[in-house]
Write a protein that binds this ligand. Structure first.
Ligand code: URA
Length: 280
C-alpha cells in the first residue's frame, strides 16, 4: 500500500483522536497533563489502580514514620474528566453540587438516601478526605457526623485548635455503600472526578487523606495506609499527609499517638501553633 495514503483504519483513528482533542478543548481543558504526569498516570492505571484490600482499616504499624513514598500524583488525568462533559466548567462548589445532581452514575444510588457532597469552608487551607458516608452521614447528608466523625471533629477542634467549619471535609465516594461495605473500584472510579474537581475548587494548601481508600485513591497507589502514613506526598502540587482513618482509631486507640504525630506535621506545614494538650 502507498505509505502516503492513510488506511481506512488509520484515518478512523486519526479522526477519533481529533474529535476527542476538540471535545476536551471545548470543555475548557487548558493543556494536556505534563509528560511526567501522563506517564505516572498510565503506569499506575495499568498497575496500581486503587484496588482496596478487604479490611483497609485493619493495617497496624509500630513504625512512627512511614518510609514508603508514592510517586507525585497528578490531580486528574484527561480521561477522568472526559467522562463527564461540562465538569470542567463548574466554577464553584455550588455549581459542582448541581452538576452531580441526583447522581446515578454508579450502582451506589440504588441503596443510598442522598448524595453526601462535602462540608466546610469553600476556601479552606486544610481539607480532609475520607472514604465514604456511613449510615449517619447518609441520613443527615453531611460527611463525618457519626462516631468516626465525632473523633475527627475532636482531632480538628481539640487537637488542632481549629474550628470544624474552618476546614473542608469530603469523601472519595459521595454515596453510602450498602451495609458500610468498602467502595468497589468502579464506584471509586465513577466518583473520583468529583473529588478531584472539589479539590481543584477548594485548592487547599494541605490535604489529610484519612485511611487506605482516601490515600490510595488520591495518590493512585496500592500501598497500605500503615506504610503511607506519616510521610508527605504531593497530589497536583498540594501537600498531602496520609494518616489513619478515625474509624480505625476507634478500634485501635493506641494508634492515636501516630495520628497525632501526623497532625503535628500538618500544623507545622500550615505554620499554625500546636496546642499544648493537643490530643483527641
Ligand atoms: N467515614 C468516612 O470515611 N466518611 C464519612 O463521611 C463518615 C465515615
Amino acid at each position: 500500500m502507498d505509505r502516503r495514503t492513510p488506511s481506512p483504519d488509520r484515518r478512523l483513528l486519526f479522526d477519533t483522536l481529533s474529535d476527542y482533542i476538540e471535545q476536551i478543548r471545548e470543555e475548557g481543558m487548558e493543556g494536556l497533563p505534563s509528560e511526567t504526569g501522563a506517564r505516572v498516570a498510565s503506569a499506575e492505571s495499568a498497575e496500581s489502580r486503587p484496588v482496596p484490600p478487604p479490611n483497609p482499616d485493619e493495617d497496624t504499624t509500630t513504625e512512627p514514620i512511614a518510609e514508603v513514598s508514592a510517586p507525585q500524583a497528578p490531580l486528574r488525568t484527561v480521561a477522568m474528566f472526559a467522562r463527564y462533559p461540562g465538569l470542567e466548567k463548574t466554577s464553584n462548589l455550588e455549581e459542582l453540587r448541581e452538576f452531580i445532581g441526583d447522581c446515578r452514575r454508579c450502582k451506589l444510588y440504588e441503596s443510598r438516601t442522598q448524595v453526601v457532597f462535602g462540608v466546610g469552608n469553600p476556601h479552606a487551607e486544610l481539607m480532609f478526605v475520607g472514604e465514604g458516608p456511613g449510615a449517619e452521614e447518609d441520613a443527615r447528608g453531611e460527611p463525618f457526623v457519626g462516631r468516626a466523625g465525632q473523633l475527627l471533629t475532636d482531632i480538628i477542634e481539640r487537637g488542632m485548635g481549629m474550628k470544624r467549619s474552618e476546614v473542608y471535609i469530603a469523601n472519595v465516594v459521595k454515596c453510602r455503600p450498602p451495609q458500610n461495605r468498602n467502595p468497589e473500584p468502579d464506584e471509586v472510579e465513577a466518583c473520583e472526578p468529583f473529588l478531584m474537581r472539589q479539590i481543584e475548587l477548594v485548592r487547599p494548601r494541605v490535604i489529610v487523606a484519612l485511611g487506605t481508600f482516601a490515600a490510595q485513591a488520591l495518590l493512585r497507589v496500592k500501598t497500605p495506609i500503615s506504610k503511607l502514613r506519616g510521610a508527605w506526598q504531593e497530589i497536583g502540587g498540594i501537600r498531602t499527609m496520609p494518616t489513619f482513618h478515625p474509624a480505625y482509631l476507634l478500634r485501635n486507640p493506641g494508634d492515636k499517638r501516630l495520628v497525632w504525630l501526623d497532625i503535628q506535621e500538618v500544623m507545622k506545614e500550615l505554620g499554625r501553633p500546636i496546642p499544648r494538650r493537643g490530643k483527641a
